[in-house]
Design a protein around this ligand. Structure first.
Ligand SMILES: Cc1ncc(COP(=O)(O)O)c(C=O)c1O
Length: 491
């Protein structure tokens, strides 16, 4: 890539924050530790490729180490192919030649070489037949909208009504004026944070949690208050609500972001009692709950749970529920929603104008058809996913007997305890074997979860075997008895 194309840069303070707790115990081996941490950040995608890193002198000051230490660490990274420097112009992150699969332009691009096995995205292809049929209906509906200007901060009335009916059917009575349509679940998270959180505020998060929510909290200038989830419990035991209560008391977070339905990445499901307790906590403390229901429709072993807001707060602004069409339908629709008290919906719509003036009309019309008749689609998806989950669990048991995967009752992925803190190294090795994965630390703060790997069961059935063969080959290149980095304490 020509240098002129590179416009990403990271400041010394952000860089230091990303490094987290990188210093080795006892303070010896600083150079190797610094180089090792940067290498991991590049390998697991938290430090994007082609990012211009801070100057050595500036970084040394912020990290409170000698400039020689930083210079030596950068030299190590250059020799290993993780940094590219030009005299007088700075240094950029890169992967060593041969690390990236052919045609992989960016870890975020789905348009990768088809020979790559994508286990980094926990998402299914579109239900093609239903989507085509809904698209045809939506084109028919379009005429009624073409005479208007097409802007609507709240979303198309037909889709708001369809989403409200779906909530009502799931046990949470909802009217269309309690729903705001967004451009996906991620935009919904960002909009709520923009409206409710100010820089410097604290936001309670589960740990591990959905990486892009952590990014959104950081982008808002807020600080995360992580509350650990028990890694190997598929059920309500995963949440220690005493710990949640203590964190709310001690840190006074402005908001709690929680994924009680088939939590990403652990797959855990919070039971009705836990939901009631959460609502009680919100009422006692005045701290709103931002409940991410993105995976709620994907209960694989039973009916799932009714929404958190149904437990005593159906019309309260204290529970803000977000949802998405991405997992039950298709990520490419870019449709999500926010459901809360109607006045808060109007307030959120006013905030939206700063970044986005509404969603595309045609996609909303299309989604309205699909959401209005979701049952046949999700019934088929659940059956397909349950089979895929069981198949993946069985195959992992044979190929990786030392790994301990979660046994989720819903959602799209397994959270696997690798038995050693080698997740980032395995992900790097897997890339060299044409398998894309998200390493455990993507789901945590300060380098946590290096022992864990998220593996989705969303690959096409005939590609699972070949993907696992490659993963096994990669695993054999990772010597688990000599992990490159020490496990890092959870912040
Ligand atoms: C828990 C969770 N929230 C939000 C999102 C983002 O959804 P969308 O694709 O609708 O922006 C995802 C996507 O993976 C998710 O897993």
């Amino acid at each position: 890539m020509a240098r002129d194309d590179i416009d990403r840069r990271i400041g010394a303070r952000s860089f230091a924050r990303l490094l987290g707790d990188w210093r080795p115990p006892g303070g010896r081996g600083l150079t190797a530790a610094l180089a090792g941490r940067v290498r991991l950040l590049v390998l697991d995608g938290r430090l994007p490729l082609q990012t211009r890193v801070p100057a050595e002198r500036e970084l040394a000051t912020v990290l409170d180490v000698s400039r020689t230490t930083v210079a030596a660490a950068f030299e190590t990274l250059r020799e290993a192919g993780f940094l590219n420097s030009r005299r007088g112009a700075g240094s950029w992150t890169q992967l060593p030649p041969g690390t990236m699969g052919a045609g992989m332009s960016s870890p975020f691009s789905p348009h990768v070489d088809r020979t790559l096995f994508d286990l980094a995205h926990a998402a299914l292809p579109a239900p093609a037949g239903e989507l085509r049929a809904a698209a045809a209906m939506a084109v028919g509906d379009l005429d009624a909208h073409l005479g208007g200007h097409g802007y609507d901060l709240l979303g198309l009335p037909a889709l708001r009504a369809a989403v409200a009916r779906r909530f009502t059917a799931r046990g949470l009575p909802t009217t269309a004026d309690q729903v705001l349509i967004t451009s996906g679940g991620q935009a919904a998270i960002a909009l709520v944070l923009a409206a409710l959180v100010t820089p410097g505020d604290r936001v309670l998060v589960e740990h591990p949690t959905y990486p892009n929510a952590l990014e959104a909290v950081h982008a808002r200038g807020a600080r995360c208050v992580p509350v650990p989830l028990a890694p190997d419990s598929p059920g309500a035991d995963a949440w220690d609500l005493e710990l949640v209560t203590a964190a709310v008391r001690d840190a006074a977070p402005r908001l709690a972001y929680l994924i009680p339905d088939h939590q990403n990445p652990t797959g855990a499901l919070l039971d009705a009692t836990g939901r009631e307790r959460l609502v009680g906590l919100a009422r006692r403390t005045g701290m709103p709950l931002l409940i991410d229901e993105t995976l709620a429709e994907l209960a694989l072993d039973g009916p799932g749970e009714i929404p958190v807001a149904a437990h005593g707060a159906p019309d309260s602004a204290l529970v803000i529920t977000i949802g998405s069409a991405a997992k039950a339908l298709w990520g490419g629709l870019r449709i999500g929603w926010i459901r809360t008290a109607a006045p808060t919906v109007r307030r959120l719509a006013a905030h939206r104008a700063a970044t986005d003036l509404g969603g595309p009309v045609l996609e909303q019309l299309l989604a309205a058809w699909l959401v209005a008749d979701l049952d046949p689609i999700v019934t088929a998806r659940r059956a397909e996913l349950a089979t895929a989950r069981d198949d993946l669990l069985a195959r992992l048991g044979v190929a990786f007997p030392g790994w301990r995967p979660s046994h989720p009752t819903g959602g799209l992925s397994l959270w696997v305890d690798l038995g050693a803190p080698v997740s980032s190294r395995l992900v790097g090795a897997a890339r060299r074997h044409d398998v894309l994965l998200a390493a455990g630390p993507r789901f945590g703060l300060a380098g946590a979860f290096e022992r864990y790997l998220r593996i989705p069961y969303t690959l096409r059935a005939d590609r699972v075997g070949p993907a696992l063969e490659r993963l096994l080959a990669a695993w054999h290149t990772v010597d688990a008895s000599h992990p490159e980095t020490e496990p890092v304490a959870v912040a």
